[in-house]
Design a protein around this ligand. Structure first.
Ligand code: AMP
Length: 223
């Protein structure tokens, strides 16, 4: 039987989850929900929550579980998430994983997680070199995925690429520690329940994408 899925892309900051989630969304028409993108958007409003989120994001630590979950629940209850959808950056703690189990059961969907595996020593360079287009979100890297014109998006030549405030060396350190401490235990949790698949995240993005696409196709995912 075909069942709608919640495809969780899991991996350390800088593993390439965002890049792959965006490719999957564009090519397979499966919506991708990125909690990091949603928080970055929220922090620009003028509310008490926005100010709190801004401070947390700047620190490299995690937004509280209940705030994060309410946002995911609301977003995934919209019509475009009626079938399968992709989660990028959620769950990130054991409590969030628990809350996702309940959500999946309420929504009548099955959870399937894919780890994008990148050794720790490679992540720092990836994160500190990362730049993104404010218009389309395309991700570049000053070391190995340079735009055609320095500092500007290939598809939006007037858009100056942005360096995320939390992609600086000191914040990256906190984010990687936060991943080790809070998110890594989830790998065992999903592996023990037979729901974890892995892809080697050190290869070229198009190779990783092909493998992800195959995994998703063999998983009988309906959009
Ligand atoms: P990301 O773009 O996924 O690296 O997320 C950027 C920041 O958003 C993180 O460093 C956290 O502060 C916050 N964030 C994103 N997803 C979550 C989550 N699932 N739980 C708590 N905080 C999150």
């Amino acid at each position: 039987m075909f069942m709608s899925k919640i495809i969780v892309l899991i991996g350390a900051p800088g593993a390439g989850k965002g890049t792959q989630a965006r490719l999957l969304e564009a090519k397979l028409q499966i919506p991708q929900i990125s909690t990091g993108d949603m928080f970055r958007e929220i922090q620009n409003s003028d509310t008490a929550l926005a100010r709190e989120v801004k401070e947390i994001l700047a620190s490299g630590k995690l937004v509280p579980d209940n705030v994060t979950f309410e946002m995911v629940k609301e977003r995934t209850s919209r019509e475009d998430c009626g079938g399968s959808y992709i989660l990028d950056g959620f769950p990130r703690t054991p409590r969030q994983a628990e809350m996702l189990e309940e959500l999946a059961s309420d929504q009548g969907k099955v959870i399937s997680t894919i780890l994008i595996d990148v050794p720790f020593e490679k992540l720092e360079e990836r994160l500190t070199g990362r730049r993104s287009c404010p218009e389309c979100g395309e991700i570049y890297n000053i070391h190995y995925k340079k735009p055609k014109v320095d500092g500007f998006c290939d598809d939006h030549p007037q858009a100056m690429l942005k360096h995320r405030a939390d992609d600086t060396e000191d914040k990256v350190k906190v984010r990687l520690e936060t991943y080790e401490e809070n998110t890594k235990p989830l790998l065992k949790y999903y592996e023990d329940s037979g729901r974890l698949q892995k892809v080697d995240g050190t290869r070229r993005p198009d190779e990783i994408y092909r493998e992800l696409e195959n995994l998703i196709a063999t998983n009988n995912v309906t959009a």
